[in-house]
Design a binder for this molecule. Structure first.
Ligand SMILES: Cc1cc2nc3c(=O)[nH]c(=O)nc-3n(C[C@H](O)[C@H](O)[C@H](O)COP(=O)(O)OP(=O)(O)OC[C@H]3O[C@@H](n4cnc5c(N)ncnc54)[C@H](O)[C@@H]3O)c2cc1C
Ligand SMILES: NC(=O)c1ccc[n+]([C@@H]2O[C@H](COP(=O)([O-])OP(=O)(O)OC[C@H]3O[C@@H](n4cnc5c(N)ncnc54)[C@H](O)[C@@H]3O)[C@@H](O)[C@H]2O)c1
Length: 475
């Protein structure tokens, strides 16, 4: 096949990460092509973050389903219309303005230095893979034979099912359970592990479980779906605990896997493992037989949020523009935007157990803050986690009203390795939920000081220990 054009860089996938890398390189004078086979902008604006947060906000404001849909589709409506018109013109125009060539179609690597996009071949110097992730459909008998929703359908069609069963109680399952329950669907969540938000601190899942139950959501925790059968009206699901559920619609929210299949990366000598992300080093470079392969965003399987995709895109950009920069994943926040919301950062108790880190935990119920009293919303708690051996804050979780807005100082503290004695001296305005971190910070500082004086460790020893690199956080 003859080659159309040789680009300095080809970016595969025009989502959050791909757009940023392509525009940044083009603005720096590089000849760049962005390959996108759906909508420039990717998942976040059309099918994920924006429509889900819009519906959650409408639910909080008590809007009707019709109002909520109108607002959702106005914000995310650039996903196109049923006639097949693509709605991403503003995003494409942004790329053109930056000097990026947008190549519509599915891209795959033919051989080192050459990609094919719907039959046309293009050459490249550097390849940046930003192909995102896709939902996992669990191998449940009968599931493939019934009409399913993934989050993309749930966030783009106008239907409000009377009975909705959600498979999976992770961030997607919890956010969408709250949306549909708020607008009147009878919602059940089937979560195979014993609790919601299983990767996070147990109290967080309990706070969300309580909020969902109060809205009438039927939580089937610790139960897996055995099989699914189509009925005259709707479907029936048989659960491993012997229970059954009837539904008009099944929404699968059972996790996502990096989108790596069919990209031709094996031909570059990239080592791929089933279900895993493209391996990257700390500069987001992909170890490959040939140089010049990079990856950013969900496809790396590392932090899987829009802000992490942006961060990795900036890392790739800096390195491609000749400024070495390494990613640090120790303090990337993870937020579930339910009411109350859940904010986690750094190491979770589960991750600490896997890494055999001896955690010191201190917590505080938000009910004890004056803000909770004046707001008449006492739900929630904050927990802070310190690594006993390093004497540093390494993780935190909070469930509570707007937790995502008042916990950022903890991310900074973890990232900057701020001494606990200094953190415990920080003053928060009264009356705010943010005051809830003061008591646990003081407690951790005191317990670490006591531990230090008991084991005879001097301040100098502690300083030396603090300078050593810590274990990778959210990975
Ligand atoms: C329901 C839901 C809600 C979420 N809410 C939040 C939230 O509130 N906050 C948050 O931070 N994160 C949230 N996320 C996660 C967030 O959406 C992702 O982390 C983010 O979109 C990842 O960006 P990306 O650039 O890696 O991939 P994507 O945005 O998925 O972009 C990848 C692009 O590559 C294209 N592509 C793939 N293969 C090819 C190919 N071979 N050729 C051409 N194009 C290709 C795809 O069409 C796609 O446009 C949510 C996710 C879901 C599912
Ligand atoms: N606010 C945010 O930042 C946000 C919001 C939504 C999603 N996301 C991202 O999207 C990704 C996907 O989220 P998710 O919630 O789909 O995945 P997840 O992997 O976090 O959770 C999936 C859940 O489904 C359960 N499960 C799997 N198979 C099951 C089965 N057969 N029956 C019952 N339960 C089953 C698992 O135990 C797990 O708890 C996450 O990585 C997250 O980072 C982010």
């Amino acid at each position: 096949m003859s080659q159309n054009h040789h680009y300095d860089a080809v970016v595969l996938g025009g989502g959050t990460a791909g757009e940023l890398v392509a525009a940044g390189l083009a603005r720096a004078g590089r000849d760049v092509a962005l390959v996108e086979d759906r909508l420039v902008g990717g998942e976040s604006p059309y099918f994920a973050c924006v429509p889900s947060k819009s519906l959650l906000a409408s639910a909080r404001r008590g809007e009707t389903w019709e109002m909520a849909l109108a607002r959702r589709d106005e914000l995310a409506g650039r996903r196109g219309d049923p006639a097949g018109h693509r709605g991403d013109d503003p995003a494409v125009a942004r790329m053109a303005e930056a000097g990026v060539t947008v190549l519509r179609g599915r891209g795959r690597v033919l051989e080192p230095g050459r990609v094919e996009v719907d039959g046309a071949v293009h050459g490249y110097g550097d390849l940046v893979v930003c192909t995102g992730s896709e939902p996992v459909i669990p191998p449940v008998e009968g599931l493939a034979d019934v009409p399913l929703w993934t989050s993309a359908e749930a966030l783009s069609v106008p239907d409000l099912p009377r009975r909705l069963v959600i498979l999976g109680g992770g961030p997607v399952g919890c956010e969408l359970a709250q949306v549909y329950a708020a607008f009147g669907s009878q919602v059940a969540v089937v979560e195979a592990s014993g609790r919601l938000l299983t990767a996070e601190a147990p109290f967080a899942g309990e706070v969300i479980a309580d909020a969902l139950r109060r809205m009438g959501v039927d939580l089937r925790l610790g139960a897996a779906v055995g099989n699914v059968e189509r009925k005259d009206v709707g479907v029936r699901l048989w659960l491993s605990d012997g229970g059954t559920l009837d539904a008009d619609r099944v929404l699968v929210a059972a996790g996502r896997r990096p989108r790596v299949a069919g990209l031709g990366l094996e031909g570059l000598g990239v080592a791929l493992s089933p279900g895993e992300g493209i391996p990257v080093d700390e500069t987001c470079r992909v170890p490959a037989r040939t140089g010049g392969v990079w990856a950013a965003g969900d496809v790396t399987g590392i932090a899987r949020t829009t802000h992490a995709a942006r961060y990795q895109a900036q890392i790739v950009l800096s390195n491609l523009l000749g400024q070495r920069r390494e990613a640090d994943y120790r303090a990337i926040p993870r937020v579930v935007h339910t009411s109350p919301s859940v904010y986690s950062v750094g190491i979770s108790p589960r991750r600490a157990a896997e890494l055999r880190i001896d955690l010191l935990t201190a917590g505080y119920d938000l009910a004890a803050t004056a803000r909770a009293t004046v707001e008449a919303d006492e739900r929630g708690r904050v927990e802070l986690y310190a690594d006993r051996s390093r004497g540093l804050l390494v993780g935190a979780a909070a469930a509570g009203r707007h937790a995502e807005e008042w916990m950022s100082e903890i991310a900074l503290a973890i990232r900057a390795e701020t001494p606990l004695s200094l953190l415990a001296d920080v003053v928060h305005p009264f009356p705010t939920y943010g005051e809830a971190v003061e008591a646990p910070l003081r407690e951790l500082a005191e317990r670490l000081r006591d531990a230090t004086s008991e084991d005879g460790t001097s301040e100098e020893d502690r300083d030396e220990r603090d300078r050593r690199p810590g274990p990778a956080g959210a990975r």
